[in-house]
Write a protein that binds this ligand. Structure first.
Ligand code: AMP
Length: 284
């Protein structure tokens, strides 16, 4: 596996690949089974698999979250090598990323997908995500890029951005990989105590409960949300709730029960200083 830390070497490598089917998995490292599932899916479906690792300071709103974000580059390289990934791009500086072209102003329109949910709590977050993913796309020039539905809003935004700008890249969203307890795998879980990690599985059980209520005819969306918030607040160690929402998967706008459009429940909460997010389809 090649480990490349600069724009020029990556561009040279990419130029030699011609029209091979290139699969790309952008990450922030501290790799767990969720990330590895994306890389494995790429390996199974593409001729060449490229993974990037960049802890993007511009997409963090909280300085402490950025500073404490786990970084295990040596371990990450080992894991990717074992899988058989062809190349990992770990830019040595922001400059290496931003040598690729900038997004044109008129291409930035995210059709409001960046406004609700995370957008209400992390101002500028998705602009920074889209900017870095676009630069990576321009450098890697993948045929397919793999994203986790763990960050469903991010996946929808990139899917919209790519098709809206005719980037010619298939954006594939893969299901969330969970710990045995149901807790969605996340690099941030490493910052939880053993007790908090156990208790945090209550996020997923709340989502599952919302799904069963969504299927029954009894409660309205507001009643489901209220009862689900109560369940969340009863989880030991849970400090606060940023949001608990039910929205349309396509538009990320509020959705009513009985709608024929697919619906998804989203939760963002704090355990101590650690912010966790999760979501679940309510339809299948
Ligand atoms: P991150 O390193 O957190 O930026 O994540 C890199 C990619 O891995 C994103 O597309 C995430 O949605 C995806 N990802 C993170 N956690 C999981 C998970 N538990 N299951 C599936 N994909 C995940």
């Amino acid at each position: 596996m090649l480990v490349i830390d600069n724009y020029e070497d990556l561009s040279r490598f990419r130029a030699k690949l011609g029209d091979k089917r290139i699969g790309f998995v952008p990450t922030m490292g501290a790799l767990h089974r969720g990330h590895l599932h994306l890389a494995e899916t790429s390996l199974a479906n593409c001729d060449v698999t490229i993974v990037s690792i960049w802890v993007n300071p511009r997409q963090f709103n909280d300085k402490e979250d950025f500073e404490k974000y786990p970084r295990n580059f040596d371990e990450d390289i080992k894991k990717l090598r074992q899988l058989g990934v062809d190349l990992v791009f770990i830019p040595k500086s922001e400059e290496e990323l931003y040598k690729a072209p900038k997004i044109k102003e008129e291409s930035r329109n995210l059709n409001g997908l960046d406004q609700p949910l995370e957008g209400l709590f992390r101002s500028g977050h998705f602009d920074a995500v889209v900017e870095v993913v676009y630069r990576l796309f321009c450098t890697v020039k993948p045929s397919v890029a793999f994203f986790g539905k763990k960050d469903f809003q991010q996946f929808r935004i990139i899917e919209h951005f790519s098709s809206n700008n005719n980037l010619g890249i298939d954006i594939i969203g893969l299901e969330t990989i969970r710990e045995e307890s149901g807790l969605a795998m996340s690099s941030r879980n490493e910052r939880l105590s053993a007790d908090e990690r156990q208790a945090a599985s209550g996020i997923y059980s709340t989502l599952q409960w919302m799904k069963s209520e969504w299927k029954s005819d009894e409660c309205s969306v507001d009643e489901i949300k209220e009862a689900a918030s109560k369940r969340l607040r009863a989880i030991p160690g849970l400090k606060s709730i940023d949001y608990l929402e039910v929205v349309s998967e396509a538009s990320l706008n509020p959705i009513k029960k009985g709608s024929s459009n697919p619906a998804r429940a989203f939760i963002a909460v704090y355990f101590g200083p650690v912010r966790l997010i999760d979501n679940l389809s309510l339809n299948n």
